[in-house]
Design a protein around this ligand. Structure first.
Ligand code: ADP
Length: 232
């Protein structure tokens, strides 16, 4: 539970990449190994939609259309989450930041909390992304992800763990996937350059790799970078 490296090294690890690049899968592997809380803005927003509260109602149609939720809403969510005590030793961010303004705010939040920002870019070919997203199914109960072609469940249409009927996320429809990629190119891609110039930054090709191998490579980079940082 304590993770593989020193809890004294306080970090905000950012998993960055296009929709379908495997951020969620890597996040699950990394939180176990690093012992950091997983903060996914997509998951948080979907929880509000499920609850049907004011925020959920506000963002539902935006997400369904494949567009980005306004900065002030996600920033507030992340800020509230980072203020909780479990995030004091660090955090693994998945899906945030997605705009330059979000990135600027995160830099400030990390600095104010004494967290070192480590950004990992999962690079994946667009045709691989489309194949992953169009075949993606999710368990509505435990959130486990499947793919009808690439990672099918044992019993077709059913979760291996819960036995629940798998569903297609509302924004995994083909026309919506296209819009999500458009939003990524226009609003999120510029954040890469912003980070590459300012913080520790690591790029890995996630198109054709086993998630466990990718996770090994990422953990190695984090450990080396944290060690180097301590030495200097
Ligand atoms: P993916 O990376 O596969 O698109 P996410 O679960 O991260 O999936 O996000 C789903 C949707 O939630 C996004 O398309 C967007 O509408 C909204 N969203 C999530 N994070 C953010 C963010 N940081 N800023 C704005 N919108 C966001």
């Amino acid at each position: 539970m304590n993770g593989e490296h020193s809890p004294q090294a306080f970090q905000a690890v950012v998993l960055f990449g296009p929709p379908g690049s495997g951020k969620g899968t890597q996040a699950k592997l990394l939180v176990e190994r690093l012992g950091l809380p997983h903060v996914s803005t997509g998951d948080m927003l979907r929880e509000h939609i499920q609850l049907g509260d004011a925020l959920g109602l506000q963002v539902r149609e935006v997400i369904k259309a494949g567009n980005l939720v306004p900065d002030e809403l996600v920033i507030r969510l992340v800020e509230e989450r980072l203020n909780r005590p479990d995030c004091r030793p660090g955090v693994l961010l998945d899906g945030f930041p997605r705009t330059i303004d979000q990135a600027r705010i995160l830099l400030g939040m990390a600095e104010g909390r004494g967290l070192r920002l480590l950004v990992i870019h999962l690079k994946v070919d667009y045709d691989v992304i489309t194949a992953r997203l169009t075949g993606r199914r999710i368990c509505p109960q435990c959130g486990t992800l499947y793919n009808i072609r690439l990672k099918p469940p044992i019993v077709p249409g059913r979760c291996n763990i819960e036995g629940a009927r798998l569903i297609v996320r509302e924004d995994d429809k083909e026309s919506v996937i296209r819009q999500r990629l458009v939003a990524y190119d226009a609003q999120t891609m510029p954040v890469l350059q912003f980070f590459a110039e300012r913080v520790d930054f690591f790029e890995v090709d996630g198109s054709n790799r086993k998630p466990e191998d990718l996770s090994d490579e990422i953990v190695n980079w984090i450990q080396t970078t944290v060690q180097e940082g301590k030495a200097s």
